[in-house]
Design a protein around this ligand. Structure first.
Ligand code: ADP
Length: 654
């Protein structure tokens, strides 16, 4: 995700999950109460430990993934009887499994030795830490409770996978996997999907879900400016690099000529222009045919998602690194909306989903991939045979430092010094499994850094139309509408590798920020704010006169609507309506462009250029589409379009 992904991650997380005003968030996990009935069973066990508690209810908080997690714990003299989760900003879905499992396990076992839930480690640890604090407040011994053994829970909330036979096996439950599973099922295949974490969603879930597609209806009110025209002319002026590129360029040239002759003053866009721009942004390393497959399927896939319950706003914008006004968004600005719809429809369509189930290796018979060995939720190895094929959708390897360092050829340092904002499941498993059965790997050296990884903890807008980026000196340093690799490299050259996104109240409202969310972020120091630019600058710790001048020059440039000194071409609104906001950011590893080679059918190609029978792949586990640099807002469509294609083709492989 893309994956985050496309939109500003923390903005989305806060948008979709944070609470404000001391009230429980509407979209955060509802107050969770551990089963009180289990307390009596365990009182005896608790009584064995040193010391009793002072009965009562105690409150504490500890740092989770997105901010503090508050909870209260009720004690009898002898036991922890109830844990109630209070206010928190954790992301719904990602943290659900932790809130569902950890409090119950603590109460049941009277232990703080409960394991963190995979995929929700920070939330799990926050719960454990806050409960430990309450134990101490109640006069108990938290250290001793950490040593109390935890009984294996025989009942797993999710079904446990056993040996099985099915038409199509999908490995990975992110956007690509769920889309493949739904599409295979809709084509009449029986489908099993295995996901190694305790929750579905991968990076699509974590990201803003920005979805790029040319869309005449939604783009009809966006004006075409001189600056945008010059961007088209520039890409069309590039020398031909291959026959496929020359052909694509000629098609766009023709469309562009017709567009200009028509006198149309609204935004120019077509699937071919989207493809050509993506190829250009990836330094002509992407496979033109695959990119064309992508951009000619995006609108159909968007409509397919709509048919399956995903809502989209009428407004399209330019998510960071998207280069054009074609990023669609859900009403919540969240990829979680897409995942929820895919999961619901896949389940209703009969797809069997198994969580905590990790594919270890592919099964090959007579040269055909026909299944996989999976470690199930009980830790047992089982085999799933898939008569029609396997779709690999395990994502990239941003969370695998060793693989990053091994393959990187783009950045000076891609190791431990950089964090990732990806799902912890992005460890490159599918690339390793694919390589083991002869798959060819392409583009492995290209790794995307997302410039917008929040340092202050919050975010307002990941769209570049009406915001400016400034450094610690209060000055702009890059064209905000540039490619992500250009942005990341520019940020890495700034003081402390850090920058701020400055926007105003108008932009915050346009991005769906409610007063509650804004208030929460400001109160908790997740974004800096000020009634005036000078006050904002003071709170940020940057020179006020420099920031005032920067904003004034930005507003002039918006009014002029022409490329500025940095070459920025995307302008929409000025920054004039207070209060003003500025969260801070630094780059993080975000997307690995390389992976398994596929063709336009989603079939995996071997090192001899041949299709590997029964083997399909989609999403970030694949390579060759984005070249050196993935366009912002192209990852979610990549995962979903190719997931849909691969799933349908696997289902048809009778
Ligand atoms: P994409 O955008 O291509 O769908 P994501 O990274 O969003 O990629 O999702 C990939 C999903 O695959 C993640 O949820 C990850 O936990 C899961 N996954 C990774 N490796 C395995 C594996 N070996 N077995 C099952 N699931 C896996």
């Amino acid at each position: 995700m893309k994956k985050m992904a496309a939109i500003l991650l923390s903005a989305t997380l806060l948008l979709s999950a944070c609470s404000g005003n001391g009230e429980t968030a509407t979209t955060a996990a509802p107050e969770t109460t551990a089963a009180e009935t289990t307390a009596a069973e365990t009182t005896a066990k608790a009584a064995e430990k040193d010391g009793a508690y002072t009965p009562g209810t105690y409150t504490a908080s500890a740092q989770g993934n997105n901010g503090p997690v508050e909870l209260s714990v009720t004690f009898s003299e002898e036991a922890i009887t109830e844990i109630t989760i209070g206010e928190h900003a954790e992301t719904t879905g990602i943290s659900d499994a932790a809130f569902d499992k950890i409090p119950g396990a603590i109460v049941k076992n009277q232990s703080l030795g409960v394991d963190a839930v995979s995929g929700a480690t920070y939330t799990s640890n926050a719960i454990l830490e806050a409960v430990a604090d309450c134990v101490t407040q109640a006069g108990g011994d938290a250290e001793a409770l950490r040593a109390v053994p935890v009984e294996e829970d025989g009942e797993t909330a999710n079904a446990v996978l056993e040996d099985a036979e099915v038409d199509v096996l999908v490995i990975g439950g992110g956007g690509a996997g769920l889309s493949a599973a739904l599409s295979a099922s809709q084509e009449g295949a029986s489908v099993i999907l295995v996901e190694k974490l305790s929750a579905l969603g991968g990076n699509t879930f974590r990201c803003g879900g920005a979805f790029n597609t040319a869309d005449p209806e939604r783009q009809k009110d966006i004006p075409m400016t001189d600056a945008l025209s010059s961007a088209v002319e520039k890409v069309l002026a590039h020398e031909n690099v291959s026959e496929e590129h020359a052909k694509l360029k000629a098609e766009v040239q023709k469309q562009w000529g017709e567009y200009k002759a028509s006198g149309n003053t609204m935004l120019f866009d077509t699937p071919e222009w989207h493809a050509l721009q993506s190829i250009d942004a990836g330094d002509y390393e992407g496979n033109v045919e695959l990119v064309r497959t992508l951009t000619s399927n995006t609108l159909d896939t968007l409509n397919w998602l709509t048919d399956n319950g995903v809502e989209w706003t009428d407004q399209v914008s330019t998510v960071v690194g998207a280069l054009w006004n074609r990023s669609h968004q859900t009403p919540n600005n969240s990829g979680a909306d897409i995942i929820a719809a895919l999961e619901k429809n896949a389940t209703e369509s009969g797809v069997k989903i198994y969580l905590d189930s990790k594919a270890e290796e592919l099964v090959v018979e007579d040269g055909k991939v026909c299944g996989a060995v999976v470690t199930n939720a009980d830790g047992k190895k089982v085999t799933v045979k898939a008569a029609r094929g396997v779709v690999m959708a395990t994502g990239g390897f941003s969370a695998n430092v060793e693989m990053r360092v091994k393959y990187n050829k783009q950045w000076e340092d891609i190791g431990e010094s950089l964090t990732t904002n990806n799902t912890p499941g992005a460890t490159g498993d599918g690339i390793v499994m694919g390589e083991a059965v002869g798959a060819n790997l392409v583009g492995m050296g290209w790794i995307q850094l997302m410039p917008l990884n929040s340092v202050s903890g919050g975010g307002i807008s990941g769209y570049v139309n009406s915001s400016l980026y400034c450094n610690k000196e209060g000055k702009r340093f890059v064209a905000e509408d540039q490619r992500r690799d250009v942005l990341a490299a520019a940020v890495l050259a700034q003081t402390d590798k850090l920058f701020y996104i400055v926007c105003d109240q108008k932009e915050a409202e346009l991005r769906g920020m409610t007063p509650e969310v804004l208030g929460y972020m400001v109160q908790n120091g997740l974004v800096y704010s000020g009634e005036t630019i000078a006050e904002l600058a003071e709170n940020m710790g940057v020179p006020a006169d420099a920031l005032e001048q920067t904003v004034a020059e930005f507003n002039e440039a918006v009014k002029a609507g022409k490329p500025d000194e940095f070459g920025r071409t995307t302008w929409e609104n000025t920054i004039e309506v207070g209060p003003f906001y500025a969260p801070s950011f630094s780059p993080a590893v975000h997307h690995t462009m390389g992976g398994l080679e596929i063709n336009g059918n989603g079939e995996v190609i071997d090192t001899h250029g041949q299709v590997i029978a029964g083997f399909y792949a989609a999403g970030e586990v694949t390579g060759g589409i984005h070249g050196t640099n993935r366009v912002g807002g192209n990852a979610v469509p990549d995962a979903l379009c190719f997931g849909k294609i691969a799933g349908a083709n696997a289902a048809a492989n009778k």
